[in-house]
Design a protein around this ligand. Sequence first.
Ligand code: ADP
Ligand code: MG
Length: 256
Amino acid sequence: MLLQLDNVQKYFNKKATVCEVDLIVKKGECVGLVGESGSGKTTLAKCILGLEEITSGQLLLEGRPLQRKRDRTERSRIQAVFQNPSASMNPRRKIIDTLMEPYDALKLKEISFLHNTTRIEKAKQLLEMVGVPADYLPKYPHQLSGGQKQRVMIAKAISTQPDLIVFDEPTASLDVTTQAKILNLLKDLKENLSMSYLFISHDLAAVRFMSERIYIMKEGRIIDEATKENLFLKELQPYTKQLISAFGDERSERLL
Ligand SMILES: Nc1ncnc2c1ncn2[C@@H]1O[C@H](COP(=O)(O)OP(=O)(O)O)[C@@H](O)[C@H]1O
Ligand SMILES: [Mg+2]
């Protein structure tokens, strides 16, 4: 078991945003989390990432309790990619410096899947892995497309060789064609680098495309769980059926 959440709750002003959440991510697995806007997905992601303190319950990483304050190793093991890459990037920093933030901050010397060379060579290799030409390294964020920026953020996330990446609506700000390309890239990276993913989206089609197992969240609670295969077969909660029928359009067929 890589990540385990036991009865995790997060309250804001005595109101439960995340309520009695049990969730597991096994090694090598991509777990989906789907729910409508406001259901508490981002809050749960922030709790997992240590960006919010949980009100009660427990987070375990390989069986060891994970506190909000994380040491260097713990921080490198769980990375995140958020919805809006522009908001995650400092407009005045060159791509190379944004990309190499974890490398610089964690004083990483080696990234085992890269050739052990200079910082700039490492940056080039990381960019190459996400399909961005190396000549973008000295450029600034405004010179990149939305898709390219998100690719840089993905490269940054893999740079610490994480065990787990939490994706919170990673393609929500991108057009449909770019979305599909990025989702395929994520699948390839996961296989090549043997990582686990928690893939969060309000888009059931994208979640089903990515995930082997899917949790359905509503009003702060996990109300249902399915595998990719039995999503359309098993006895599902009425709410889950509603979500599925809302996605029973040509778009989900294209992705599925
Ligand atoms: N820092 C905060 N203070 C108060 N309420 C918050 C805070 N963060 C989130 N919430 C509330 O929690 C609810 C769920 O938000 P969020 O986790 O962003 O859901 P989702 O990502 O599923 O759209 C929202 O109603 C939001 O207002
Ligand atoms: Mg959200």
